[in-house]
Ligand binder design. Sequence first.
Ligand code: GDP
Ligand code: IMO
Ligand code: MG
Length: 416
Amino acid sequence: MNKADLIVGLQWGDEGKGKIVDHMAQTHDYVCRFAGGHNAGHTIVVEGKKYALHLIPSGVLNANAKNIVGNGVVLSPKDFIKEMSQFDNLEGRLFISDKAHLLLPYHALIDQAKERMKGDKAIGTTGKGIGPAYGDKIARVGHRVGELLDTEKLASKVVEFFEQNQAIFEVMEVEVPTKEALIEELEGYKAILAPHITDTTQLIWKVLDEDKKVLLEGAQGTMLDIDHGTYPYVTSSTTVSAGACSGLGINPKDLGKVTGIAKAYCTRVGNGPFPSEDFGDHGEKLRQNGHEFGTTTGRPRRCGWFDAVAMRHAVRVNGVDQISLMKLDVIDGFDEVKVCVAYEIDGQEVNYVPYDLETANPVYKTFPGWDKTEGVRVFDELPDTAKSYIEALEDMVGCKIGIISTSPDREDTIIR
Ligand code: GDP
Ligand code: IMO
Ligand code: MG
């Protein structure tokens, strides 16, 4: 039986997962999302045309790949439908789990209200309602996609929930719709989504049994994982490999090769610790060279150097077989390139990711820079200093770098 190949983000998201999923989708029959929601923004560039995907798996640009949205995802019907409208050939190749949880407009309003109330302690969420939707799921008051098939019943339950929480909604200044408006809204969703809703657990078991090639597309990154990231400055889901099993209904033995996606430097959007952040000219140069502005919210991304300590943590947590090193070209033209090789915390040198990174200072090692790697497609054609940098990273993190990306384009990819 074939095993499912897995793609996971190893840093704080936006590593370039979309590009590699799209690249690998060319040789896979199914691409599956297992966690997160439309907080994700996966960019794919094919023949110069740019697509931004939030919920639909990045296999959609390959006509032969079918796409599954697993039960671990929180799905905003409104945003999903908007995204679907970019593509006209989705029939029979887009499947949504009936067990995925619904993210409805009030979740986003609650998310935004909570962030406002936190003031300078805000997480810096995408404001899309991810935390409240997962919160309802875990508190067992959420609603699943399968419930869309009976809109009358679903609307009654949602209205009951509004009534029970009226006082909270008032404090948060969250306006809730009437039952009639809600039914109308849900009917609209059902009309478009119903043909795609199915038992995706049965489907994925069947396609694995049939020896089809399955690719699992992670969202966000390891340092944003609810358990293994920089809590509470994280997202509300299991973003690491383990989430692929619970988020799709497969077992650990179904997992095959794990490819971890990492930028050749580091970025983060939103608040929270980021030890190797560069607040000076170098950080700004990375932001400009790398067009580091969020795909989902347009916010400028915080930029800094590759963090080898956090990467070792990510390699172990996810069981990474190979790293795909992205955006090497963004550090073209730097005299020197830095890598964070340890943290200094309360005067002690720490070489793992501890409980709290808030006061961690980076200990850097410096490497010579290079002129140009942009567009290179063969490892041997990289400048010697870039090759040495890649080999040094492999030594520091204890994992092979099997793929190197040198531009946003699908073809500008080195496979070693
Ligand atoms: P994802 O969320 O992990 O899929 O990543 P995003 O799409 O949010 O952000 C990655 C950005 O980098 C996108 O705009 C990609 O088009 C771009 N990108 C991916 N690989 C490369 C690369 O090797 N070089 C450059 N310059 N850009 C890249
Ligand atoms: P992709 O899949 C980068 C960040 C937000 C915020 C924190 C919590 O494109 O890599 P949330 O809205 O999830 O409650 O926000 O997580 N975040 C991301 N950062 N890439 C993402 O997804 C992200 N999804 C969430 O900026 O700091
Ligand atoms: Mg992104």
